[in-house]
Design a protein around this ligand. Structure first.
Ligand code: CP3
Length: 353
């Protein structure tokens, strides 16, 4: 491995952690669990820490980003921290005019729609990533044996925000661009892959022991379009950390038809949303790939016995894969009672020890 000396993954505690062992297909002391958006509005200490600070400003203040990353580990005892940042942070650091609007999501000053718009995209410089390296270093200094997961947005999801200029439902504009102006699409996707790849690499070099590539909106693509216009760019982003030897997770929503193609982009584990059961996902992956998921976030407020029965079913189906990391099918809803998440972590650890 080309990991720097002193990297957490070189320590016994992190290398033997349930998360890292499971992602490597090895047996673990219990089934690991973490939650997408575990650091967020569901927690009072998060709301207090964020008071008066914009989302991107919080992400770019290393001390605050590290503190927020640690909060759900302290409160819930999850098996991993995920770095508190956002998929548009590297875009922002490169100089693109983008902000995150509360209740809406990322919004660009100038949507990227023409060949000239793509050519004008600024390049991310290595030094731009210094606040990320500092936040990661501060985080892992406090984490002990709990691994930190680094992440980035996949090129399609990043490009979808860039072309639409903000959140959208069907992602029509980027899907049109692939066919109507394939050269511009190619240049935009390559830019996004470089930017996300550099963001991943900076987090791993500074101390992250696994990564997750979020292609949250890939589910709006046909398998044909995914293979022809997207997969190689996601492969490029994942390849940016290949030689470092950290496990790589690839996640999207509504991606039941794309699971094997997402694995083949270079992932050790595939994240599954709540729409298909894990045994079916594992079957589609040929039974040889670690899966992550897929408790339905809609069941978090349900009566405890209902949530427990659903969780037992998820655990049972997850056993058909060579490894299972428990997560939700998508992010923690902001209105979630944080005690439900803490109790769920305890329940999963007890059921699988
Ligand atoms: O805990 C974690 O998962 C780590 C932190 C994280 C955030 N965003 C923090 C965040 C991660 C991994 C992301 C990734 C992200 N950001 C994705 C991919 C994952 C997914 O959810 O599908 C996407 C699509 C985005 C873009 C984005 N950023 C959206 C759609 C929003 C929601 C806007 C809103 O207010 O509802 C954000 C903002 C954001 N990113 C918040 C957090 C905690 C909420 C900001 C706040 O607390 O005000």
């Amino acid at each position: 491995t080309a990991l720097p000396a002193g990297h957490p993954l070189r320590s016994e505690g992190v290398a033997q952690s349930p998360l890292v062992r499971t992602l490597r297909g090895l047996p673990a002391a219990h089934t690991p669990v973490w939650f997408m958006r575990q650091a967020g509005r569901s927690m009072p200490e998060y709301r207090a820490a964020r008071e008066g600070t914009g989302m991107l400003e919080a992400c770019l203040t290393p001390e605050l980003a590290a503190e927020i990353t640690l909060q759900p580990v302290r409160r819930h005892g999850v098996d991993a921290a995920i770095f508190f940042s956002d998929i548009v942070v590297p875009m922002k650091l490169s100089g693109v005019g983008v902000d995150i609007v509360a209740g809406r999501g990322p919004v660009l000053e100038h949507p990227v729609r023409t060949a000239a718009d793509v050519a004008a995209l600024p390049e991310l410089a290595d030094a731009d990533l210094d606040p990320i390296r500092e936040a990661v270093a501060r985080t892992v200094a406090e984490l002990g044996d709990t691994p930190l997961i680094g992440f980035a947005g996949a090129p399609f999801t990043i490009a979808a925000y860039a072309v639409e200029g903000g959140p959208s439902r069907d992602h029509l504009r980027p899907r049109t661009m692939m066919h109507a102006d394939p050269q511009s699409w190619e240049a935009l996707a390559q830019w996004a892959a470089r930017t996300s790849g550099a963001f991943l690499r900076a987090q791993v070099e500074a101390g992250a022991s696994a990564v997750q590539l979020f292609d949250s909106w890939a589910g709006s693509l046909s398998l044909g379009d995914y293979e022809a216009h997207v997969q190689r760019h996601s492969a490029d982003a994942l390849a940016a950390v290949a030689e470092l030897g950290v496990p790589r997770i690839h996640f999207g929503t509504g991606t039941g038809e794309l699971l094997a193609a997402m694995r083949d982009a270079g992932a050790d584990a595939v994240g599954v949303d709540y729409r298909i059961p894990l045994d079916e996902a594992s079957r589609r992956l040929g039974g040889r790939t670690v899966v992550q998921g897929n408790i339905d976030p809609a069941l978090l407020p349900a009566p405890r016995e209902v949530l427990h029965e659903h969780t037992r079913d998820v655990l049972r189906r997850g056993r058909s894969a060579p490894g299972h990391v428990v997560n939700l099918g998508h992010g923690v809803p902001p209105e979630t009672d944080p005690d439900v998440l803490s109790e769920l972590v305890t329940f999963i650890h007890k059921e699988t020890r």
